[in-house]
Design a protein around this ligand. Structure first.
Ligand SMILES: O=C(O)CCC(=O)C(=O)O
Length: 254
């Protein structure tokens, strides 16, 4: 397997670390700034290859996602499908590169810090498919997500709190390049409705006969999904070997 390269930090890097490039793109989209009533809070650069992938997650931002080169393949599910994502706690970790071995290794953060994240890998390998379908039936047996391919020169408006998984096809140089504009979302009725829905136990949604009973599973869900936990969530990138990496240091506050 080749190297999974992904230059991506959700910390306004296009206007800071890569500020010398920022004149190459518009500083905002007039229509979006007017609609959202503000200027972008972060503008981020994404450069990856054909192996770069971002696991299912959601962000508390309105996202205007512009592809510069290559193609991006999004899977999209609305916030109301939260129970189909099997959000669980995972320990935050980082890849470290060893000059000696020339290899990356995954190291847990010290002290251990858990992050709520979606468990579903929508593209399991053939050997794992049956097992994954058994573990995550609400995802695999339910309605398929929207599939959207965004080509060079196109933009996608990805509404806040929509779950998204992202893969890419590279250009002739083997790269996919994108710039996205994050606008603050309104923490309005949509947010309140989402939190209410998320606090309901799976069993109540799947089996009406069990409504009203708060089992262990439901308590677990409530505790891992409160909004404070989620607001500290950074982006996670899944490597081709399906390991989860939490990018802790460079993540914009959400
Ligand atoms: O392009 C990607 O790989 C992920 C994009 C993403 O997660 C975002 O813009 O919030």
């Amino acid at each position: 397997m080749g190297c999974v390269g992904y230059l991506q930090q959700q910390n306004d890097c296009f206007r800071s670390e890569y500020g010398s490039l920022s004149k190459d793109c518009d500083s905002d989209f007039g229509w979006a700034s007017e609609a959202f009533g503000c200027l972008p809070e972060a503008v981020n650069l994404w450069i990856g290859n054909e192996l770069s992938e971002t696991s299912f997650h959601k962000d508390h931002y309105e996202n205007i996602y512009a592809v510069v080169s290559g193609e991006k393949h999004f899977l999209l599910l609305p916030p109301t499908d939260v129970h189909r994502m099997y959000i669980r706690e995972y320990p935050a970790a980082e890849f470290h590169y060893s000059q000696d071995t020339g290899k990356f290794s995954l190291e847990l953060e010290e002290p251990v810090r858990n992050v709520p994240w979606c468990s579903v890998n929508p593209y399991p390998s053939p050997e794992l498919k049956e097992k994954e379908m058994t573990k995550f039936p609400l995802y695999f047996n339910g309605p398929r997500p929207f599939e959207v391919t965004v080509k060079a020169g196109e933009i996608l408006y990805l509404p806040s709190m929509w779950f998204h998984h992202v893969k890419q096809s590279p250009d002739s140089r083997g790269l996919t390049i994108a710039v996205n504009y994050w606008y603050d979302m309104r923490f309005d009725i949509k947010y309140a409705y989402f939190n209410f829905l998320q606090s309901l136990p799976h069993s109540m949604l799947c089996d009406p006969a069990s409504s009203g009973k708060l089992g262990l599973e439901s308590q677990h869900n409530i505790s891992i999904c409160n909004s404070e936990d989620e607001s500290s969530m950074g982006d996670v990138t899944a490597s081709a070997s399906d390991k989860l990496v939490h990018d802790t240091g460079d993540t914009a506050e959400k």
